[in-house]
Design a protein around this ligand. Structure first.
Ligand SMILES: O=C(O)CCC(=O)C(=O)O
Length: 302
């Protein structure tokens, strides 16, 4: 469980690292599952409901940047998030009643893993209150070299910045981030494989291209207090099929049909480019900004 200092640090900074949250045997099972699913991307011509592919992917040279929604694909991923060592500390941050909003495996492969532009998760999924956060379980050692998650301390208590472009299209990233926020203050979250990061739903964060020789795979769970209700239906359509599914997504504690409302800054996501709700990589691709550069810019064609 977390110390009082850790809880205070989370509320002050908007992020935290918890060491060795995942047991080595569970970590090994998750890694084996990922290797197997990635191997099956060979021959794939286009992204689908399981795979989000790098811009440089080809069927012969598969490059997977995300496995979508792992909890829907294997009960192992429910076991992981319901493990006391994983969810126990989170109950100290947002209370005992917790719902899963979404899950994803961001793979950031060695040599070409895509960056994630600066953004606030709240811009994608505002709720009636902001007792929400993302847990990131590191499947590899994460260091400065392989594209660590970076978070701007205290930004969860600041404004919700525009994630729209000049034409008013939602691009899921902060255009000209370097002019709007002091990125020199951003902190990299490093850790051993099996450790986990926690970042507040309003915290500004991003991560660089992985040009190193080591993968940086992170299993993310986006979670909320159960009395935080999503505010926008395009997004909920993606995440929750219906009321029963919304209830099934409880990780622990009690579901609530009483929404706790807080007076918070909210900017709604949308409209999306061509009316298509998509993952963060494609959505950010609609923006002009490439704060971290792209593989093609830095390395050239494959
Ligand atoms: O994978 C990362 O480094 C960041 C992930 C993230 O912020 C996201 O997928 O929304």
């Amino acid at each position: 469980m977390l110390s009082q200092d850790q809880v205070a640090a989370y509320h002050r900074d908007g992020f935290l690292r918890i060491d060795d949250a995942l047991r080595p045997d569970v970590l090994a099972r998750v890694r084996a599952w990922v290797d197997d699913v990635v191997a099956r991307a060979k021959g794939l011509a286009a992204p689908n409901e399981v795979y989000d592919l790098e811009d440089t992917h080809t069927p012969d040279n598969p490059r997977v940047r995300r496995i979508k929604d792992p909890v829907a694909r294997d009960p192992l991923f429910w076991d992981v998030i319901r493990d006391r060592d994983v969810i126990g500390p989170i109950t100290q941050l947002i209370g005992p009643n917790i719902r899963l909003y979404g899950s994803k495996l961001n793979l950031k492969s060695a040599g070409y893993g895509a960056p994630v532009e600066w953004h606030q998760d709240w811009a994608f999924y505002p709720h009636t209150n902001d007792d929400g956060l993302a847990v990131g379980i590191m499947l590899d050692d994460v260091t400065e070299e392989n594209g660590p998650l970076m978070v701007l301390p205290g930004s969860h208590r600041g404004p919700v910045l525009s994630h729209h472009n000049d034409e008013g299209i939602f691009i899921g990233g902060i255009e000209d981030a370097a002019h709007k926020i002091d990125l020199s203050q951003a902190v990299q979250i490093h850790g051993r494989a099996g450790s986990m990061s926690v970042h507040h739903v309003r915290a500004i964060h991003g991560s660089a291209l992985n040009l190193s020789g080591r993968p940086r795979r992170i299993l993310f769970y986006e979670i909320t207090a159960s009395d935080a209700w999503p505010l926008w239906s395009d997004v909920t359509t993606l995440k929750y099929r219906n009321y029963a599914h919304f209830v099934e997504m409880m990780i622990c504690g009690e579901h609530s049909n009483v929404a706790r409302m807080e007076a918070l800054p909210v900017r709604m996501p949308g409209p999306w480019k061509d009316g298509k709700v998509d993952g963060i990589f494609a959505t950010q691709g609609a923006g002009k900004q490439r704060h971290f550069g792209s593989y093609r810019e830095k390395v050239g064609a494959m």
